[in-house]
Design a protein around this ligand. Structure first.
Ligand code: SF4
Length: 567
């Protein structure tokens, strides 16, 4: 903690963490209270570090109030999957748990994790135990700690992809909290002996000032949206060999409506280092944020604000001081996309890999479309891996020639949408979970974006743009879970049925968008976009992306850094 930080008043959340005895609080007592489906207030904070959030079904709020009942509380559980790689057995376990204890859907998140919604308190412990039995876990999937470490999807694509995926796992293991509380509470592990002091060598009692996100990208694909992360690594590859990484710091999406002291930010590229030092650098950046992050004001606590407050020169000097790593000037790299490659591809391993488009990352059996059942059946016969991508999709990886035939039959049987049959706008879409469960949502996202895209597709079709790549993302609030400020068309909920429209982000993820119009209904969004898309079809230059076009034509000013997002 720097001198300035020592003299501050801790925010209420910091105090809860400090008093929690390394994240124990009274979670056990809260779980055992039969009088409510919820947890005590402080425990609602602490439980996030264990990978779960208390939520309520907001669709039922009015009816429950009318019946004089407390809200229908339930829990989101996020399952950590470093790099997104799982086995068919693990897939089947997640599928079964979502059926038995969740709302029968499985959410594939924008950070390569599984998410269950609608788990009741009485089933929380059993579900977390079962997740651990499948050799996955939920510790640090949420909370003020390092979250799931993301990595360019498919470690089987090349030897470099494999090596980078191993680095993601090493970082994840190294930065996982050490507290025994998780085992005590969920897995009936033994208490640390009385009097023996439990330590968190890296985090300390207060953990981090705010959540901390790490991603690795392998150019030219930026499928992890690396610059939206607190800490990112861009693989530098020469002649098919991984040399090292550019380290990026200070990315983040969230801001608060009406508070210009808060803003989304793309990360700065701070320097380059040889690949052997990746865990040392990751630890040093985490320590930097632990010691210098703002612990009095949570809205300004992310690493992005620490970097803007203290500057990159100080940051680089601190990394050298704590890790001994002297960052060299960044190496050149180039991104050409953020999305996934859909359909069949072959990897360096000689196997086939099939990327399934999952709209909004939501796997469900609905309206006669049995996507969840299809993946379950495929998992039942698949001998390779399933890989969750940072774009809410899934890769059925390491498929043999013989199995390819069987899997193709199942994909056809269940009419799994071939990405080639849908617009490139839909292929490049992301939506957060939002309503009904997320307590922060002002408006729908995942349940509404598909319908809105149907309408925008009609405009695209009329202008011959259906096969032109344009990115679109929608979230229910500006917290930014679906990274809306890095999409060419960003939509963020302001009130039920009303959205802010943001334009002008770069298609490859290295420039933020900017607010174009506020509080638009669905009709108004279509009315706002239609003339611009028409102009784009008529006057764009060759290969010009929509996000670049709206800036060139003066529809919006470019956001050159987070601090000018609002101007
Ligand atoms: Fe909830 Fe907002 Fe995150 Fe969407 S972006 S899941 S509404 S917190």
């Amino acid at each position: 903690m720097d001198q300035e930080q020592k003299n501050i008043t801790l925010s209420p959340i910091e105090v809860i963490k400090e008093k929690s005895d390394y994240l124990r609080g009274t979670i056990k007592e809260s779980l055992g209270d039969p009088l409510t489906g919820g947890l005590r207030k402080d425990d609602q904070v602490l439980i996030k570090f264990h990978g779960t959030y208390q939520q309520q079904d907001r669709d039922l709020d009015d009816e429950r109030k009318r019946q004089k009942l407390e809200p229908l509380y339930s829990f989101l559980i996020r399952v950590r999957v470093p790099g997104g790689v799982t086995t068919p057995q693990q897939w089947l376990s997640m599928d079964r748990l979502s059926e038995e204890y969740g709302d029968q859907t499985l959410k594939l998140t924008t950070r390569q994790a599984f998410q269950f919604h609608g788990v009741l308190k009485r089933n929380l412990k059993t579900t977390i135990q079962e997740i651990n039995k499948s050799l996955l876990d939920t510790i640090a999937a949420c909370g003020d700690v390092n979250r799931n470490v993301m990595c360019s999807a498919n470690p089987f694509e090349s030897s470099v992809h494999g090596e980078v995926a191993e680095d993601a796992k090493r970082i994840s293991a190294h930065l996982t909290p050490q507290t025994n509380a998780y085992h005590e509470i969920w897995l009936d592990g033994k208490l640390v002996d009385g009097g023996e002091k439990e330590e968190e060598p890296l985090y300390g009692k207060l953990y981090l000032p705010r959540k901390f996100k790490i991603a690795i990208a392998i150019p030219p694909r930026n499928d992890t949206d690396v610059l939206s992360n607190d800490l990112g690594f861009i693989a530098i590859v020469e002649n098919g060999k991984l040399l090292g990484y550019n380290v990026t710091v200070g990315g983040g999406m969230a801001y608060t409506f009406g508070n210009i002291e808060t803003y989304p930010r793309t990360a700065d590229v701070a320097g380059y280092f040889p690949k052997e030092q990746i865990v040392d650098v990751a630890e040093a950046v985490l320590i930097f944020q632990r010691d210098h992050g703002n612990r009095s004001e949570r809205k300004n606590a992310r690493l992005k604000y620490t970097i803007d407050r203290l500057g990159l020169d100080f940051f680089n000097a601190e990394i050298k001081r704590t890790s001994g790593v002297q960052l060299a000037p960044p190496k050149e790299y180039r991104f050409d996309s953020m999305g996934d490659k859909y359909g069949w591809t072959t990897g360096a391993d000689g196997f086939w890999h099939y990327t399934v488009f999952v709209e909004g990352g939501k796997l469900a059996d609905r309206n006669g479309y049995l996507a969840k059942t299809a993946l379950r059946e495929i998992a039942g016969i698949h001998q390779g891996s399933f890989i969750l991508t940072g774009n809410q999709n899934v890769v059925i990886a390491r498929v043999t020639n013989d199995q390819k035939v069987v899997i193709e039959k199942l994909l056809k049987k269940y009419r799994i949408i071939e990405a080639s049959g849908i617009s490139l706008l839909r292929q490049n879409s992301i939506a957060c979970a939002a309503l009904p469960y997320c307590g922060l949502a002002f408006a729908e996202a995942e349940r509404y974006l598909p319908t809105l895209i149907d309408r925008i597709d009609k405009v695209l079709e009329a202008n011959g743009l259906l096969q032109t790549p344009i990115s679109i993302r929608m979230t229910g609030c500006p917290n930014g879970c679906g990274r809306p400020f890095l999409s060419e068309i960003g939509l963020v909920g302001r009130a039920p049925g009303l959205y802010n429209l943001y334009l002008g982000a770069a298609f490859v993820g290295d420039r933020l968008n900017k607010l174009y119009k506020e509080m638009l209904s669905g009709d108004e969004i279509i009315n706002a976009l239609s003339p611009i898309l028409e102009d784009y079809a008529l006057t764009r230059t060759q290969d010009e992306y929509f996000g670049d076009f709206v800036i060139r034509k003066g529809y919006i000013k470019a956001t050159t850094e987070g601090k000018n997002f609002h101007s």
